[in-house]
Design a protein around this ligand. Structure first.
Ligand SMILES: Cc1cc2nc3c(=O)[nH]c(=O)nc-3n(C[C@H](O)[C@H](O)[C@H](O)COP(=O)(O)OP(=O)(O)OC[C@H]3O[C@@H](n4cnc5c(N)ncnc54)[C@H](O)[C@@H]3O)c2cc1C
Length: 332
C-alpha cells in the first residue's frame, strides 16, 4: 500500500504499544474463515495506542477497518488495501460499581462477549444470560446492537468510551491534545432511545469504541447456579440450531418485520436451502446462514448473497438486506 512504510516509520517514533503486522492473514480472525491478507494489521494494547494509530492514519489519509471478533465480517479475497485495527488486546473486565440495586461491569472493547457472560455467572450477576453463546467481542456487539433471544445490547449498555472523527475532515494533525479532542463518552440515558434494530449510535462518524460499561442486576451469589443453567440452555439452543456446525458469520440477512416472516423462512420457501456457489452454501439446516464448506472465497459468498436476494425478490417482492459486513465496503 502506498505510504505504508512511511506509516510504520512514523508510528515507531511514537508511544504506540502493540503489534504491527504486514500482509497479515485476516481469515483466521473471522468466523467465516475466508479472505486474504491485510496490508497492515495493528493490535494496539491500550486506548492511548488506538488513539495514536488512528490519529496517524487520519493525518496520513490512510483508510482503516476496525476488527472485533470477526463474527459478522467477511474479509475480501486478495489483499485489503487498508489498515486493519484489531481490538483483540483490549480485553479487560472489572466491576466498576455495585450496590443493592445494580452492578456496572466495565470491559475493554475487545473483551469476548463470552468472557462477560462467564464473569457475570461466576459473580452471580443476572441480566446478560441471553447473550451466552454469542460469538465476538462486546465492542462488536454494541456496534451491531446485537440481539439475542429478544434482548438487544441497547437494553444492557450503560455507557461507552469512543473515539470520534468527522469523516469529511481531511487532515487532522498528529498532535498531543488529539486524545482529549476526540475521545468521548456515550451515556445510554434513554436505554434504547437512540438505537434501532441492528443499528447503534456508533455507526455514525467512524466511532471507535474503546471500552464499555454494562448494567446488570445486583450481585447475588445464590443466583450463580440458576444463571449458569440459563446460559447453558441458550448455548444448547444455538448448538441445536446448527450455529457452530460450520464456519459462518451468523445470520446473513436482517429480519425485516414488515416482510411478515423471518428471512430464513423466506429463503427456505424459495427452495434455497443447500444452494451452493463455489465453496459457499446456504446451510441445509438454516436458510439465513451461509456456510464456508472449506474452500469458499469472499466472491463465492457475495455471489450467493446476490442469488438469494434475487430469488427471494422474485418469489415475494421483498429485497433482503445483508447484515454481514464486507470489510472492503466498510472502511473508515
Ligand atoms: C454462529 C453465529 C451466531 C450469531 N448469532 C447472533 C445473534 O444471535 N444475534 C446477533 O445480533 N448477532 C449474531 N451473530 C453475529 C455476530 O456474532 C454479532 O454481531 C457480534 O456481536 C459481532 O461482534 P464482533 O466482535 O465479532 O464484531 P466484528 O464482526 O469484528 O465487527 C462487526 C462490525 O462492528 C465493527 N466493530 C467491531 N468492534 C468495534 C469497535 N470496538 N468500535 C467500533 N466498531 C467496531 C466492525 O468494524 C464491523 O463493522 C452471530 C454470528 C455467528 C458466527
Amino acid at each position: 500500500m502506498l505510504k505504508l512504510h512511511e506509516f510504520i516509520e512514523n508510528i515507531n517514533k511514537t508511544q504506540y504499544k502493540g503489534k504491527i503486522l504486514e500482509h497479515e492473514p485476516i481469515a483466521p480472525r473471522t468466523t467465516m474463515k475466508v479472505g486474504g491478507t491485510a496490508a497492515l494489521l495493528l493490535s494496539p494494547s491500550d486506548e492511548n495506542s488506538i488513539c495514536i494509530a488512528v490519529s496517524l492514519l487520519k493525518a496520513m489519509e490512510l483508510p482503516w477497518f476496525i476488527l472485533g471478533g470477526g463474527s459478522n465480517v467477511i474479509a475480501p479475497d486478495g489483499e485489503l488495501d487498508a489498515v486493519v485495527i484489531s481490538t483483540e488486546e483490549l480485553d479487560s473486565i472489572e466491576i466498576s460499581e455495585k450496590n443493592d440495586e445494580f452492578t456496572l461491569i466495565k470491559c475493554g472493547a475487545g473483551t469476548k462477549t463470552e468472557t462477560l457472560v462467564d464473569f457475570c455467572t461466576e459473580n452471580g450477576i443476572s441480566g446478560l444470560e441471553t447473550f451466552a453463546g454469542l460469538p465476538g467481542t462486546v465492542g462488536g456487539a454494541a456496534f451491531m446492537n446485537a440481539r439475542c433471544y429478544g434482548k438487544e445490547v441497547s437494553q444492557v449498555l450503560h455507557s461507552a468510551r469512543f473515539l470520534e472523527f468527522d469523516p469529511m475532515q481531511k487532515n487532522t494533525e498528529f498532535h498531543d491534545n488529539f486524545i482529549e479532542r476526540h475521545l468521548k463518552m456515550y451515556h445510554n440515558t434513554q436505554m434504547g432511545g437512540d438505537w434501532a434494530y441492528k443499528n447503534s449510535p456508533f455507526m455514525q462518524n467512524h466511532r471507535f469504541i474503546t471500552s464499555l460499561t454494562f448494567k446488570a442486576d445486583r450481585i447475588d451469589s445464590d443466583n450463580k447456579v440458576r444463571i449458569g443453567l440459563e446460559c447453558a440452555g441458550y448455548i444448547k439452543d444455538r448448538e441445536d440450531k446448527g450455529h457452530f456446525k460450520a464456519p459462518s458469520a451468523g445470520s446473513v440477512f436482517k429480519n425485516d418485520r414488515s416482510f411478515g416472516e423471518p428471512s430464513g423462512v423466506l429463503i427456505d420457501k424459495a427452495g434455497l436451502k443447500g444452494t451452493e456457489v463455489g465453496g459457499a452454501q446456504v446451510a441445509p439446516w438454516h436458510g439465513n446462514i451461509i456456510i464456508n464448506r472449506g474452500d469458499a472465497s469472499s466472491s463465492d459468498i457475495k455471489a450467493l448473497v446476490k442469488t438469494v436476494q434475487e430469488r427471494v425478490k422474485n418469489n415475494t417482492g421483498f429485497m433482503l438486506e445483508p447484515e454481514i459486513i464486507f470489510a472492503e465496503q466498510n472502511l473508515c
